[in-house]
Design a protein around this ligand. Structure first.
Ligand SMILES: C[S@@+](CC[C@H](N)C(=O)[O-])C[C@H]1O[C@@H](n2cnc3c(N)ncnc32)[C@H](O)[C@@H]1O
Length: 302
């Protein structure tokens, strides 16, 4: 999709009142006591993203990628590969953003998707985009929390979460819901942020991490490292758990790209100056890891 076509889903230029309203909202996120992921995405709508032809909202997998669109698509495909998506499967997509990955997965792998997202504006745009892609029969997008899917027990073959599980209150509750709805033998795959094993104690890194945690509304209960991540998935009843650290192919190249491109004329015209300042900030890789995680619900259910 060209940039012009994308402007049907997002404004090309943001006016001053919107900039001020969003900036106040972002500052409020830093100060509020409880976390609420919906609050972030109600503010950061489609114009606050780096894509030319997509509306992805993840940090991308940059090995071999030269643009944000390519990197986001590469991350979606890497996750699909780890999930072992295959034709005919029913896939639960947790936190689908504007639906880019669902269109990609349905086309590429011939899967049926039931998606969950709490941000109404994203759901509405994603549904329109799915319909326009001719995939309305294959992709069912619900405006509902993935913690309470309402799906029947053992009704899906795969559960995937592309950079969304860190938001959930809590990630453990998501693991429990995923295990319930997965059929025996079904797989879960996540692209996710977690804590590094030995977080930096430098004041600068701690402040940087605090801002990131508040800005992206990451509940404190989800801030643990890769080893504990695996242990918690196992405690939720999954087996064959793997955790793969891909931090160096995500954070640093994403940060470098965002810093370089935040002043591109079309991005500068539409993206909030406060968010562009966040894009200019140093990466938080001394505090956060980026991981690909997989697990399987055992065949014999307990
Ligand atoms: C970082 S964005 C990633 C979006 C998309 N997966 C992508 O890669 O472009 C996180 C998404 O998780 C969604 N989300 C957060 N909490 C959720 C919840 N409890 N249930 C469903 N979706 C949620 C947000 O609305 C947002 O769409």
């Amino acid at each position: 999709m060209t940039t012009t076509a994308m402007n049907r889903w997002r404004r090309a230029r943001t006016d001053l009142p919107t900039i001020v309203k969003e900036a106040l909202g972002l500052i409020h996120l830093l100060l509020r006591r409880s976390t609420d992921a919906k609050a972030v995405y109600d503010i950061l709508s489609a114009h606050n993203n780096l894509g030319d032809r997509t509306l992805y909202l993840n940090m991308g997998y940059w090995r071999g990628a030269t643009s944000y669109d390519q990197a986001c698509e590469a991350l979606a495909l890497l996750l699909a590969e780890r999930a072992r998506l295959a034709a005919g499967q029913t896939v639960l997509d947790a936190g689908f953003g504007f639906g880019d990955q669902d269109i990609l997965w349905a086309r590429r792998f011939g899967v049926r998707i039931v998606g969950f997202n709490i941000t109404a504006s994203q759901v509405s745009a994603a549904r329109d985009r799915v319909r326009e892609a001719g995939l309305a029969l294959d992709v069912d997008l619900k405006c509902r929390s993935v913690l309470h899917t309402g799906l029947a027990d053992s009704s899906v073959d795969r559960v995937v979460a592309l950079e969304s599980a860190f938001h959930l209150s809590s990630r453990d509750a998501f693991f429990a819901e995923a295990r319930r709805v997965l059929r025996p033998g079904g797989r879960i795959a996540l692209a996710d942020l977690c804590a590094v094993a030995n977080p930096s104690t430098r004041l600068f890194d701690r402040v940087n991490a605090w801002v990131a945690q508040r800005m992206w509304q990451i509940p404190a209960c989800n801030h643990y490292d890769a080893r504990e991540y695996a242990a918690r998935l196992e405690a939720a009843g999954f087996v064959d758990v793997t955790v793969e650290r891909i931090t160096d192919d995500v954070f640093l190249p994403f940060g470098a790209y965002a810093r370089r491109h935040q002043s591109d004329p079309d991005i500068a015209a539409r993206a909030n100056p406060l968010l562009r300042a966040v894009w200019r900030a140093p990466a938080t890789d001394r505090v956060f890891d980026y991981v690909l995680v997989t697990g399987r619900r055992p065949e014999a259910t307990a």
